[in-house]
Design a protein around this ligand. Structure first.
Ligand SMILES: [Zn+2]
Length: 147
């Protein structure tokens, strides 16, 4: 019995074989082109730019840290007073029902957020907020003293 594999290919078998090979090739070529195109479309990674970006991010973080440290220093070193010794903080009750103040001398907001802004000093900040709220408000001439 003759084995099919050993039989020479007919012309039509040969053509069909090449056709299939070309189809397969076409699919692979198309996939390859798509890959190349998508690679080209990706923004190029510029190592110099990456370093610059990283530096900028670090410098921004450093500046923010310094800003809050400076703010904290001002907050702790300010008496929040007018020249006559009265409390200069202006207070307002905000939409969440909480009272918040602002000191124009140290440019700080005085509210419950201080404890969150400086978590390592949360207790101190809460105490400061409460103490500030207890202080008499307004100028001396406006403060009424009970005789
Ligand atoms: Zn102040």
């Amino acid at each position: 019995m003759e084995k099919a594999l050993e039989a020479p290919l007919t012309m039509s078998q040969m053509l069909s074989f090449f056709e299939k090979m070309m189809e397969k090739n076409a699919v692979q070529t198309k996939e390859m082109i798509q890959t190349i195109v998508s690679e080209i479309r990706k923004p190029p990674v510029d190592p110099v730019r990456e370093v610059t970006k990283k530096r900028e991010k670090e410098s921004k973080e450093k500046n923010e840290k310094e800003y809050w440290e400076k703010n904290l220093w001002k907050l702790l070193n300010c008496k929040h007073e007018r020249e006559d010794g009265t409390c200069v903080v202006g207070w307002a009750t905000q939409s969440d029902g909480k009272e918040r103040g602002y000191c124009p001398n140290c440019n700080n907001g005085i509210g419950p957020e201080l404890a969150m802004t400086y978590p390592e000093r949360a207790e101190e900040m809460t105490a400061l907020y409460q103490e500030m709220r207890r202080r008499p408000r307004g100028r001396k001439e406006n403060v009424r003293y009970v005789a």
